[in-house]
Design a protein around this ligand. Structure first.
Ligand code: TA6
Length: 303
């Protein structure tokens, strides 16, 4: 079992990257440099927080009710959904959004970029349990680069002799002043599966604004998008590559009450999920011996 002390010796960077053991027993990487600060739980390679130094309010949202526990997903941050998105196609007992976010990952590399940003690479640790749910030969790495820009690269390598198919997403919870005073631009004209509206296939017209539960899987789009936040007076730019699906989600009142871990009384009003991935008809065939990488970059612009 790797300890925080061992990780600090091997991968720590003085005054910039340190590892600590959380009360839950899980290990958390804390990053702080001249550009930004962030924290990441090694279980699930789960980025929990990111705040550029230019921002008074964090850009990534973490529920006030978020709890770290072995084998449990964390509410908020950037859950890694892999090797499927949503419910498993045939096994209802398998975890929603795949197992990657609730299993151990190991640190493989860390360093400082020429511009002062900090990068950290983690690899999912395969096990009997993961192989029982997904019997393929492959590796999954996440490289996070923390600066005024947050860059995340999710790399799937097929190390076997047969092709395999994955569904995936970086299921990012963004912090907004109030969901009612925000909108998402950039997906105009895109088709989407309306999961909160009877799973009908619809076409987006104009910006996405919010007045109720919204759960949409936009398909066949490589487009980036922008989250406009009137209350905090900022725009969050979401750029992506290696992704043809974008999911936009807010639970709104009723679903949030049922979920119960979004922070009382109305924590859900301070977040919106904009998730970059490959889902439904956009699942990815990763040919034997090849590598597929999903990349996102987030930047904030004050209005
Ligand atoms: O990405 C949107 C979604 O699929 C919603 O339907 C909702 O279930 C959300 O993910 C959260 O899922 P989780 O398994 O993290 O509770």
């Amino acid at each position: 079992m790797t300890t925080a002390q061992h990780l600090n010796t091997q991968f720590g960077i003085n005054g910039e990257l340190k590892f600590r053991e959380d009360a839950s027993g899980l290990i958390v990487a804390e990053i702080s440099n001249g550009q930004a600060s962030a924290s990441l739980c090694l279980q699930g390679a789960h980025l929990m927080t990111w705040k550029p130094n230019s921002q008074a309010v964090p850009v990534i949202w973490l529920s006030r009710d978020a709890k770290l526990a072995a084998g449990k997903s964390i509410r908020g941050g950037v859950p890694v959904c892999w090797p499927w998105f949503g419910a498993h196609a045939s096994e209802s007992a398998f975890p929603g959004h795949g197992y990657a976010r609730t299993v151990p990952w190991q640190v493989v590399e860390s360093g400082t970029e020429p511009d002062g940003a900090t990068h950290l690479t983690l690899r999912l640790v395969q096990s009997e349990k993961t192989r029982s749910q997904w019997p393929h030969a492959g590796t999954l790495d996440l490289t996070v680069t923390v600066g005024e820009t947050l860059r995340m690269e999710l790399a799937t390598e097929n190390t076997g002799a047969t092709d395999f198919v994955i569904g995936e997403a970086l299921h990012t919870y963004f912090r907004v002043g109030d969901i009612g005073g925000g909108r998402v631009k950039g997906l105009d004209g895109c088709d989407y599966w309306d999961k909160a509206g009877g799973s009908a296939l619809r076409k987006q017209s104009g910006a996405i604004s919010f007045s109720g539960e919204t759960d949409r899987v936009y398909i066949n789009t490589a487009a980036g998008c922008v989250i406009e936040d009137d209350k905090l007076g900022r725009r969050i730019h979401v750029a992506k590559s290696g992704s043809l699906s974008t999911v936009v989600w807010t639970p709104w009142t009723e679903k949030a009450a049922k979920m119960g871990d979004l922070g009382q009384p109305e924590g859900w009003r301070e977040m919106v999920c904009v998730e970059s991935g490959n889902a439904i008809e956009n699942v990815v065939n990763v040919a034997a011996g090849t590598r597929h990488t999903l990349i996102v970059e987030y930047q904030v612009e004050l209005l």
